[in-house]
Design a protein around this ligand. Structure first.
Ligand code: SAH
Ligand code: SF4
Ligand code: F3S
Length: 513
C-alpha cells in the first residue's frame, strides 16, 4: 500500500460511512499553496487578538502516525525550541513516535531560523544532505518550518531548487500540522502553507517538553519594534500577549509537576501586556504574581531596554525565585548607530537603566547582544561600543557581524564598511568579551554557588552539570540523586566558559517527578 492509499484507508476507517471527510479534503487542498509575503507581514492590523482553547486532532487524522517516527531539527532561539516542543506534542497526539536519527524517521522537520545569513545557509546545507536519504526512502516526508518559511525568497528558492522537500509551513501555521501532513501524504506537489499575518493565540496546543527539570513558557508572541536590521517582526507577526491567568496557571501546573525552573519567553518580554485593551498589566505585574508560586527559579528572555520600566526593577529586586541575571541586548554603544537601528534609546539612556538596575539589585549579572559592522559604522562608533562594554562590565555577550536581511530597511542602506574591517572589529570585541568573561569567571573561584543539576556532563558521565542562578555552567562530581535538585557547589576552578567544583550539600529536598 503506498502512502496515499494508506491515508485514504485510514480516513475511511476513521469515518467509514461519512462522506464529509472527503469533502473536507477539497477544503484542505484549496490551501495547498499559501506562500508568504513580507509586505503583508509588515502590516500591523488593529483587530483584536482572539484566544482559542479549542485545538483538537480532527477525528479523521487520529492514528495517522501509527508505526511512524518523527525527527525535528531545531535552529535558532528558545522560541523555536519551544515551538518544537509543541510540534512534538502534535506528532505524538497523532500517534507518531520520536526518533533521534534522521535514518529512522518517516517525517523530518527542519525548524529554521532566519536571523542571519549563516543561519539560513546551515539549513540549505542540511536540505542538500537530506536529498540522499529521501532518494533511498521516497516515502519519507521532509518539511521546512520556522522563521525561514516566512520569507518569500526562501520559499521560492525551495520551490525552484529543493524539489525533494514535501512541505513548507510557517510560524503561524503550527497548529495546522495535522492538516499539512495529511496534504503532504496525499499530494504529489510540494505543500506550502505559510500565513503571513499572525493569527490568534491558541492556548491548548499539546507539548512534549525537553525534560522534567526546566520548562519554557511563552508569555507573548511577535514583535512590533522593527529594529531596522531585524527580520523577526516579519517572521513572527505582531505583538500578542497571553492573558496573565493562562501564564500563571501554566507556571503553577509546572511547579506542581516538580519543575524547578521556568524561562518566560518573548521576543521583547518587556512589551508584555501593552496590547491588552481591558487591563493595565505589564511584565512587572506578572513577575510579581509569578514570584509567589512555589517554583525555585524564574527567568525571562529577551529584554528590550526601552520598555524596561521601574516597576519591573522594583519587583526583580525582591529576589527570591527571580534570578539575578538579566540579558539586556544593547546592540551598539553609539547613540548615532542606535538611532539608525531604530532601537529608540541612546547610549546615555541605556547606561542610566543599567545604573538603576545595579542600584536596585547589587549582585545582578548583565549579559548582552552586540552587532558590529552596521552599515557605515565608523571606527569611533565602534570604539563607543567597546567603551560601553567596559563601562557596564558585562559577564559575557553574544556578538554578531551585521547580516543584511531582505525586506528590512537596513538591507537597502549603502554600506561603506568592508567585510575585512567588520571581521577585525568583531575580533577586537571578542577579545574584550573574553577578557571580561575570564575575569568574571575567576571571581567565582572559592565561592559556594547554588546549582540546579541538569544531568550528566556531556563529555563525562561521571561528572554532573548544571547552572547557577546567574546561568553559569558548573561541572562537578556528585551523586546521580542530585539530578533535578538544587545543590551547593564550591567552585574550585574557573574555565573560559564553565566552572569546575565540588558538591557541598543538597539545598532542596524537592523530588523531581
Ligand atoms: N528580540 C531580541 C533579539 C532576538 S535576535 C532582542 O531584541 O533583544 C538575537 C540577536 O541577534 C539580536 O539581539 C541581535 O544582536 C542579533 N541580530 C538580529 N538581527 C541581526 C542581523 N540582521 N545581523 C546580525 N545580527 C542580528
Ligand atoms: Fe528584532 Fe528588535 Fe524585535 Fe528584537 S526588538 S526581535 S532585535 S525587531
Ligand atoms: Fe531565529 Fe526566528 Fe528566533 S529568526 S532567532 S528562530 S524568532
Amino acid at each position: 500500500m503506498n502512502e496515499k492509499q494508506r491515508i485514504e484507508s485510514q480516513q475511511a476507517t476513521a469515518n467509514p460511512s461519512d462522506k464529509k471527510s472527503e469533502k473536507d479534503y477539497s477544503k484542505y487542498f484549496e490551501r495547498v499553496i499559501t506562500a508568504p509575503s513580507l509586505k503583508e507581514a509588515k502590516r500591523r492590523g488593529k483587530e483584536d487578538v482572539q484566544y482559542h482553547h479549542d485545538f483538537s486532532i480532527p477525528e479523521e487524522f487520529r492514528g495517522m502516525g501509527e508505526g511512524r517516527k518523527f525527527y525535528i531539527r531545531t535552529y535558532g532561539c528558545q522560541m523555536n525550541e519551544h515551538d518544537t516542543e509543541v510540534m512534538a506534542g502534535i506528532f505524538e497526539a497523532l500517534g507518531y513516535e520520536p526518533t533521534d536519527t534522521t535514518e529512522d524517521a518517516n517525517v523530518i522537520l527542519l525548524n529554521t531560523c532566519a536571523i542571519r545569513e549563516n543561519a539560513e545557509n546551515k539549513v540549505f546545507g542540511e536540505l542538500g544532505h537530506l536529498k540522499a536519504l529521501k532518494k533511498e526512502n521516497p516515502d519519507l516526508l521532509l518539511g521546512v518550518c520556522g522563521c525561514m518559511s516566512q520569507e518569500e525568497s526562501v520559499v521560492n528558492k525551495i520551490l525552484k531548487t529543493y524539489h525533494h522537500v514535501d512541505m513548507i509551513f510557517g510560524t503561524h501555521n503550527i497548529h495546522r500540522l495535522p492538516h499539512i501532513l495529511n496534504e503532504a501524504y496525499l499530494s504529489k506537489e510540494m505543500v506550502v502553507e505559510v500565513w503571513s499575518k499572525e493569527g490568534d493565540v491558541i492556548e491548548n496546543l499539546p507539548k512534549v517538553r525537553r525534560g522534567n527539570i526546566k520548562a519554557w513558557v511563552n508569555i507573548m508572541y511577535g514583535c512590533d519594534k522593527f529594529c531596522t536590521y531585524c527580520i523577526v517582526p516579519f517572521t513572527r507577526g505582531k505583538e500578542r500577549s497571553r492573558r496573565p491567568e493562562e501564564i500563571i496557571q501554566e507556571v503553577r501546573h509546572l511547579a506542581a509537576q516538580g519543575y524547578q525552573e521556568v524561562t518566560l519567553l518573548g521576543q521583547n518580554v518587556n512589551a508584555y501586556g501593552k496590547d491588552f485593551e481591558d487591563i493595565k498589566y505589564g511584565l512587572g505585574d506578572l513577575m510579581d504574581e509569578l514570584r509567589k508560586i512555589d517554583i525555585p527559579r524564574i527567568r525571562f528572555t529577551t529584554s528590550h531596554p526601552r520598555d524596561f520600566d521601574d516597576h519591573l526593577i522594583e519587583v526583580l529586586a525582591k529576589g527570591g525565585n527571580l534570578m539575578n541575571h538579566i540579558h539586556l541586548p544593547v546592540q551598539s554603544g553609539s547613540t548615532d548607530v542606535l538611532k539608525i537601528m531604530a532601537r529608540k534609546y541612546t547610549r546615555e539612556q541605556y547606561l542610566e537603566l543599567v545604573r538603576k538596575i545595579k542600584a536596585a539589585i547589587p549582585d545582578v549579572t548583565l549579559t548582552t547582544d552586540i552587532i558590529v559592522g552596521y552599515p557605515n559604522e565608523t571606527e569611533e562608533q565602534f570604539e563607543e561600543t567597546m567603551s560601553l562594554y567596559r563601562e557596564v562590565g558585562y559577564e559575557t555577550a553574544y556578538t554578531f557581524i551585521y547580516s543584511p536581511r531582505e525586506g528590512t530597511p537596513a538591507a537597502k542602506m549603502v554600506d561603506n564598511v568592508p567585510l575585512e574591517v567588520k571581521k577585525e572589529r568583531l575580533q577586537r570585541l571578542n577579545n574584550l568579551v573574553n577578557e571580561l568573561s575570564a575575569q568574571a569567571m575567576k571571581k567565582y573561584e572559592g565561592q559556594i554557588v547554588e546549582v540546579l543539576v541538569d544531568g550528566e556532563s556531556k563529555n563525562n558521565p561521571d561528572v554532573l552539570a548544571g547552572y547557577t542562578t546567574k546561568n553559569k555552567l558548573v561541572n562537578f562530581k556528585g551523586p546521580k540523586t542530585a539530578i533535578g535538585k538544587i545543590v551547593k557547589v564550591k567552585i574550585t576552578e574557573a574555565k573560559t566558559w564553565s566552572l569546575n567544583g565540588e558538591m557541598v550539600e543538597e539545598l532542596e529536598a524537592a523530588e523531581v517527578k
